[in-house]
Design a protein around this ligand. Sequence first.
Ligand code: ADP
Ligand code: 5GP
Length: 210
Amino acid sequence: MSEHVSKGFVLILSAPSGAGKSTLARLLGERCRGLLTSVSTTTRDPRPGEREGEAYFFVDVATFQERIAANDFLEWAQVFGNYYGTSRRFITEALGRGLVVVLDIDWQGARQVQGNMGDADVVSVFIMPPSREQLRTRLCQRGQDAEAVIDRRMDAAAAEVSHWDEYDYIVLNDDLERAAEELAAIVAAERLRRLRVERPLRGILETFGL
Ligand code: ADP
Ligand code: 5GP
């Protein structure tokens, strides 16, 4: 069924840092049409090569706090001592256009989105790394964080993984291609959920006098 006849939803991807969320989100975008990745706002410093408005919008703490007060964020959280938040307006507009919006957010943000939006609007996926050791290897291979930053991310990894059972789906990211295929399958199946296709099907039902 074409994505154009089903309602959009928010696709939450959570995982410990370095498990492969950004890589998988990019591969998913290449495999599925009608997908949009939400660009979060953060107070952390840009990594080498990160450009404003691509991975993130980078702001200072005062600006972030003003935007919290203005209720601009659908969800926000402090992760590794920095603020991160998802623009409410961006999500509302994308869902209004029937798109699937990918959110790369932590478990605190996932809880807020699951609490603030109805079941029909949210699908959540936890990306599981193959092991703690392989997670550290990936963080080191990415080569974008200092040793001390990697140590802090490893300390937080167990806390993030402990929330795995709050998600609808678990995708093991051992083989990247297979994990990307599984994510694409989740999107395809979730687009066919009755609660998402019922309304667009109305025209067909009418031809049966229903
Ligand atoms: P995250 O967005 O979750 O912090 P990234 O997508 O930046 O993680 O991935 C971290 C590093 O691990 C990157 O160098 C990426 O190329 C690598 N990586 C991701 N998935 C795999 C995989 N299945 N096998 C091996 N390396 C991977
Ligand atoms: P990084 O600094 O590695 O890009 O991201 C660190 C962590 O912050 C990741 O777990 C990522 O999922 C999370 N994160 C990124 N953007 C957001 C956001 O808008 N909201 C929340 N709650 N977490 C976010």
